[in-house]
Design a protein around this ligand. Structure first.
Ligand code: 6PG
Length: 235
């Protein structure tokens, strides 16, 4: 099931949805497992969530993707979430599963993370995603090898466009989630978003089109600027 929600106050709605899913997961299963998005868009969401009441000790954090950088790099998705969310909420380190980018090779980084996911959870309660202006999501970039992964839960991905390695959970893992939320804003992404949501199905070129939960819910949470070219809303 796909829902498109255009929010005047994107982060307020995003925080409400996050807390709602978290409370439901905790009530049903005693914990809430979430794969956080990286990049710049979710930063304000994490800052807002750090002011919210929730049984944070019952939240288990993973990352949908990571860059091939040390954790103290300004590029690190872990660093951004640590500074905006984990430290302000004093989250127990044992509840944070980050990509160990310090391991010797990209393959070892990815294998160790896939092991963590496989051991801890088969199904994320929430996968939070962003979308790049090229239609990528997590670190699934156009025409990259990871798009076709059907077995592993997480893997390394060579990104030609950036001449660098990236780390990403796979589409089977994303699409196995109970809830998926795309958090996207900005006029500069309005055309690519229209192509993803209303254009031809071209997943190699528009990897975000491969996000299709098997049984879970998919919410496209958009600001008015990014949604301005859309002609159809709703499921
Ligand atoms: C990353 C992300 C990536 C991000 C998009 C959008 O590591 O960069 O996980 O998929 O969500 O690139 O990034 P912005 O939010 O910065 O536009």
């Amino acid at each position: 099931m796909r829902e498109i929600l255009i929010a005047k106050d994107l982060y307020k709605v995003a925080a409400e949805k996050f807390i709602e899913i978290a409370n439901d997961s905790i009530a049903k299963r005693g914990k809430f497992t979430v794969a956080l998005a990286g990049g710049s868009t979710p930063k304000a969401l994490y800052q807002l969530l750090a002011t919210k009441n929730l049984a944070w000790e019952k939240v288990i954090f993973f990352f949908g993707d990571e860059r091939n950088v040390p954790i103290n790099s300004v590029e690190s998705n872990f660093k951004m979430a640590n500074e905006t969310l984990f430290l302000p909420l004093n989250i127990n380190q044992n509840n944070i599963y980050r990509w160990q980018t310090e391991l010797e090779t990209p393959k070892k980084v990815a294998e160790s993370y896939a092991e963590k996911i496989d051991k801890f959870t088969q199904t994320f309660d929430l996968v939070l995603l962003g979308m790049g202006d090229d239609g990528h999501t997590a670190s699934m970039f156009p025409y990259s090898m990871a798009l076709s992964e059907t077995k592993k839960s997480a893997l390394e991905n060579w990104v030609e466009q950036q001449n660098s390695w990236r780390f990403t959970i796979s589409f089977p893992t994303i699409n196995n989630a109970r809830n998926i939320i795309f958090l996207i804003k900005g006029e500069e992404k309005s055309e690519i978003l229209r192509n993803v949501l209303e254009g031809e199905f071209r997943p190699e070129r528009l990897p975000s089109q491969l996000v299709k939960p098997e049984n879970g819910k998919l919410l496209w949470l958009l600001d008015e600027n990014v949604a301005k070219l859309l002609t159809t809303y709703g499921n």
